[in-house]
Design a protein around this ligand. Structure first.
Ligand code: PLP
Length: 281
């Protein structure tokens, strides 16, 4: 079951006109919300980021927060899986093709649920390989825009190299991954790039920093140079569906000894505990 413009229906029946500005211009924003045991994880934070993205593209929010919560709750109930990955998407609607905003057009609101596929215990144990690339995206990476062609091309570099993700560097500094945020451990300090216009403010990123603070780990949010990335003791990637994973190889080179490091081994169970506690509330 999906949701489209006020109605729930099977995905096979869902239709969007070809003149939808999402299709024509990539003119829209989205969210991906993990659902554990039928409970959306950090829903308020995802809805806050949605508002930031909508503000960023100057599109009025079609729903109040309470309406979103109700619609998302209903979609979760109408789908079978206990754990779901909820995709939510708002475009500027259907209009004659013209770059300028069309007046008086209703936005298109689409949501779908897929089974949530989190990382296997083997992957958590082994870590993943990533490749690096120059971050050639636009300067509003803080907006979760549906126009993802640069991310698609960058992620494909990883796929072509048999790696899990592409780590992005802009002007010699780490930004994030093609579809994830990146953390760096140096001298037992957890380093994270600042939330600015060059990266998506990850919901998982915030969880990791909160958990690190609660565990009294040393953290620093600051720009991280390519040299610091390449000589790190640990690298991690985070996202709503991948949660937190150790990066054990970068461009075919091992990160430290090529195995998940001690801080990752400390953080991973903290994340799982936190998730389970929140879900039980
Ligand atoms: N950065 C990018 C470019 C992403 O696409 C994503 C998520 O897919 C993230 C970071 C991680 O964000 P979150 O933790 O909210 O899933």
């Amino acid at each position: 079951m999906i949701y489209l413009n006020g109605q729930f229906m099977p995905i096979e029946e869902a239709r969007v006109p070809v003149l939808d500005r999402g299709f024509i211009f990539g003119d829209g924003v989205y969210e991906v919300i993990p659902v554990y045991s039928r409970r959306p994880f950090r829903l308020r934070e995802h809805l806050k980021r949605l508002q930031h993205s909508l503000d960023g593209i100057r599109l009025a929010n079609p729903h109040s927060e309470d309406e979103w919560v109700r619609l998302i709750g209903e979609l979760v109930e109408r789908n079978e899986e206990e754990d779901q990955s909820l995709y939510l998407h708002v475009t500027r609607g259907v209009a004659k093709r013209d770059h300028a905003f069309p007046p008086g057009v209703a936005p298109t609101v689409f949501m779908m649920s897929n089974p949530l596929v989190t990382s296997t215990p083997e992957l958590v144990e082994s870590g993943v390989a990533v490749v690096s690339a120059v971050d050639n995206r636009w300067l509003r990476c803080d907006i979760k825009a549906i126009a993802l062609l640069p991310n698609v091309l960058l992620r494909q570099l990883a796929v072509d190299a048999g790696a899990a993700e592409t780590l992005l560097l802009r002007d010699g500094f780490l930004t994030e991954g093609a579809a994830s945020n990146i953390f760096v451990v140096r001298d037992t300090v957890l380093l994270a790039p600042p939330k600015d216009n060059l990266m998506l403010p990850g919901i998982t990123y915030d969880v990791i920093l909160e958990l690190a603070a609660a565990a009294s780990l040393k953290t620093e949010v600051r720009r991280i140079s390519e040299h610091e990335v390449r000589t790190a003791q640990e690298l991690w990637l985070t996202s709503s569906t991948k949660e937190v994973l150790a990066i054990t190889h970068l461009d075919d080179q091992p990160v430290a000894d090529g195995r998940p490091g001690p801080l990752f081994r400390q953080m991973y169970p903290l994340y799982q505990d936190y998730k389970n506690t929140v879900m039980r509330k």
